[in-house]
Design a protein around this ligand. Sequence first.
Ligand SMILES: [Fe+2]
Ligand SMILES: [Fe+2]
Length: 214
Amino acid sequence: MPSCHAHLPPLDLERLSAVSVLHGEHRIILRLLDCLDRMAERAAKAHVMPVLEARDVIAVLRGFADECHHAKEERIFFPALERLAPGFGPVRVMRHEHDLGRDHVRGMAIAVDEIDVAGFVHEAQIFSDLLRQHIGKEDEVLFPMAQAMLSPEDDVAILAAYRDASRERPCGPLLARVDTLTAIYGLASADGPHETTSRHSLCGCGSGTVGICR
Ligand SMILES: [Fe+2]
Ligand SMILES: [Fe+2]
């Protein structure tokens, strides 16, 4: 196992791999966080709870960020790393941060139900900062380490497991909702309007087509 991630080669994102799939999903989650930030900013300014929009963002955070993305990490990717390096510390930290994030999403949902604008804004800001930092640690530290640890055979097995997970829990409709939220909040992606759809090729179905990811 490498001792210092600073000396690892950069991530290879051109190739479909265990880490490139997760890295692609991070870009979608970051767009969702941009929507959440803007929503919280507007709620704080107007002192009005955007009940429907907030419930929608929370539903997509739970459905995509947690049940599709974090589930892939916790059930497939992290265990693969732990098999290669038992007790692998960075993975323990990442699991803990997922749990912290779930607590804050629960806090946001409670605040929405109680029409507690200040509580919602507070939870949303903490959650957004936490998840952005978490994604930064995975992209910049954990993924380069994992890339160096995983063999081509490991990658093939992990991608097959991602594909199975994507069949059990299709992420397509949730991705379309990310596009809708992005448009509502005027946050068109620098990569163009079809960025999310193109990410279907990274969702784990492996075919590069949208169909399997419905
Ligand atoms: Fe994670
Ligand atoms: Fe992640």
